[in-house]
Design a protein around this ligand. Structure first.
Ligand code: ADP
Ligand code: MG
Length: 263
């Protein structure tokens, strides 16, 4: 097998536990280089938990997690090395409010490289350019719209040129136009920079158009895996319930007792 055909991420019979409870089990997933995989599922289904296994934040209860062809290491030094190769855009932007956009994007470069300031500035401007925000370099987060702030966070996640990007709910709090901008940016960056992307979201309709592959997780496992077109045509009752956002059906919502849920 050549290196280019080695999946960027491979999960094999993975079980993940949290708080002494099994959140996900029987997870098998292969993410080919260059692809965008959408990980869909209702709130509380374990999407963020799955991502935490990729970054080594959560160790598998059983099964294996391989990233870049290697099992995710346990020791801290190797783990830090792995994480430099994974750009993470977490729910909420995590921008530091008393730093400008450019200073926020520079943070990973200052933390992980010894590059001189003028070079850091050049790299930062390139990243801001990549997300269409060269003009906002010296703006503070409060001066930016929600969509622009999300793009600055995206530029920061790209700062170290990670081959793998993972996005956890990148559209939370964005209006439909900003959501469209962010998702098409995810696709464009993936293709122009030669990345591989995993997008975790419950925003199905905004995400499917840019995804190559989609999985749906519900009830502790993968209930669908296929192309976006196959997902839209699935007649699996679980998948239909999720796509339509219906509260009643085969997906049990564990966040609150269903009888007390207003809608
Ligand atoms: P999603 O991202 O799909 O909304 P999560 O992965 O955050 O779901 O959570 C999946 C399940 O794991 C939920 O039932 C949640 O309550 C539980 N969980 C998440 N984080 C923890 C934790 N640190 N300790 C215990 N349980 C957790
Ligand atoms: Mg989550």
């Amino acid at each position: 097998m050549t290196t280019t055909s080695t999946p960027i991420v491979r999960l094999t019979d993975l079980r993940l536990d949290r708080g002494g409870r099994s959140v996900l089990r029987g997870i098998n997933l292969s993410v080919p280089r260059g692809s965008i995989v959408a990980v869909l599922g209702p709130s509380g289904s374990g999407k963020s938990t799955l991502l935490s296994a990729l970054t080594g934040e959560l160790a598998p209860a059983s099964g294996t997690v391989e990233v870049f062809g290697q099992p995710v290491p346990q020791n801290q030094r190797e783990l830090l090395e792995l994480r430099k190769g994974i750009g993470v855009l977490l729910q909420g932007n995590g921008l530091l409010t008393d730093l400008t956009a450019a200073e926020n994007v520079a943070l990973p470069l200052r933390a992980h490289t010894k590059l001189p300031n003028p070079l850091i500035r050049r790299l930062v401007l390139m990243k801001l350019h990549a997300v269409g925000l060269s003009a906002a370099a010296d703006a503070y987060p409060r001066e930016l719209s929600g969509g622009m702030a999300r793009r600055v966070a995206l530029a920061r996640a790209l700062a170290l040129d990670p081959p793998l990007m993972i996005y956890d709910e990148p559209l939370t709090g964005l209006d439909p136009i900003a959501s469209g901008v962010v998702m098409s940016l995810v696709r464009r960056l993936n293709d122009t920079l030669g990345l591989t992307s995993i997008v975790v979201t419950h925003h199905v309709h905004e995400t499917l158009p840019v995804a190559d592959h989609a999985i749906v997780i519900a009830n502790g496992g993968i209930v669908f895996s296929g192309t976006p077109a196959e997902l839209e045509h699935s007649d699996d009752p679980l998948v239909r319930q999720f796509l339509r956002g219906e509260p009643d059906g085969p997906i049990g919502f564990d966040a609150a007792p269903r009888t007390s849920e207003a809608a």
